[in-house]
Design a protein around this ligand. Structure first.
Ligand SMILES: [Zn+2]
Length: 233
């Protein structure tokens, strides 16, 4: 039954049936599973009973005994909607990006962990705990060719260090031998960053946006342009 689409309705939509009398049959009448309560018996399948259940939000549906094993189901979906992402959200491409990002930073069994979590790259707390927060900050992925890029390759996954970029843009940014000539001097970006006292990712981001070397190196950080914090859900 867990694979079948459940029909939840505002009112009871089944009639009680007489319960089987065999001793092995487990009566779940009145039993509570999270937000669900098995209200009455309505039939059986090969694996157990079918129960007309009510959720604490008021909705009714018929569920099989197997739905309750190992806390497989604890609400009509209202709990999930409140604390987790909706089914629609989990099917978004951005959700997969979010999940894989967390996986390579924190799951030691991930094939990619060694290059991320193993190098000390982490996902900021607000993103770790909430896909919606991640989506709020990043916006939707512009196209299927875009993936998440950390502007500073040694920086964390956090709003100020991430953006959607195509593979081509990412390769361009990863070239750590990027050189910049200004005022008669040619140095790599890291050296310039140290020289002018600005973070390397900032200079790199400005270059990507097509700024001139002078603007890249002499424009101070303007906090007024930083992204305002969004309300968390
Ligand atoms: Zn509910």
């Amino acid at each position: 039954m867990s694979g079948r689409k459940q029909k939840w309705s505002e009112h009871p939509s089944a009639t009680p049936q007489p319960m089987p009398t065999d001793k092995r049959f487990i009566d779940l009448t009145g039993r509570v599973f999270g937000r669900l309560c098995a209200m009455f018996y309505v039939g059986r399948t090969a694996s157990g009973g079918l129960w007309h259940c009510q959720c604490t939000c008021g909705r009714w549906a018929t569920l099989a005994t197997s739905n309750f094993k190992y806390d497989r189901q604890i609400s009509c979906g209202c709990y999930r909607r409140e604390v987790e992402c909706s089914h629609e959200e989990t099917r978004m491409a951005e959700y997969t990006v979010w999940k894989m990002m967390k996986d390579r930073c924190s799951n030691k069994r991930s094939r990619l962990y060694v290059n991320y979590g193993g190098r000390g790259i982490a996902v900021c707390e607000q993103w770790r705990g909430s896909f919606r927060s991640f989506l709020n900050d990043m916006g939707h992925r512009p196209s299927s060719k875009h993936s998440i890029e950390r502007v500073d390759n040694n920086g964390h996954y956090e709003p100020r260090n991430c953006r959607w970029a195509t593979m081509r843009e990412q390769l361009r940014n990863k070239r750590n031998n990027r050189r910049l000539t200004y005022d008669g001097k040619t140095m790599c970006l890291s050296a310039w960053a140290e020289h002018v006292g600005l973070p390397r990712y900032l200079l790199s981001g400005r270059l990507n946006r097509g700024w001139t070397p002078e603007a890249v190196l002499t424009t101070p950080i303007n906090l007024r342009f930083s992204r305002p914090s969004k309300p968390r859900c």
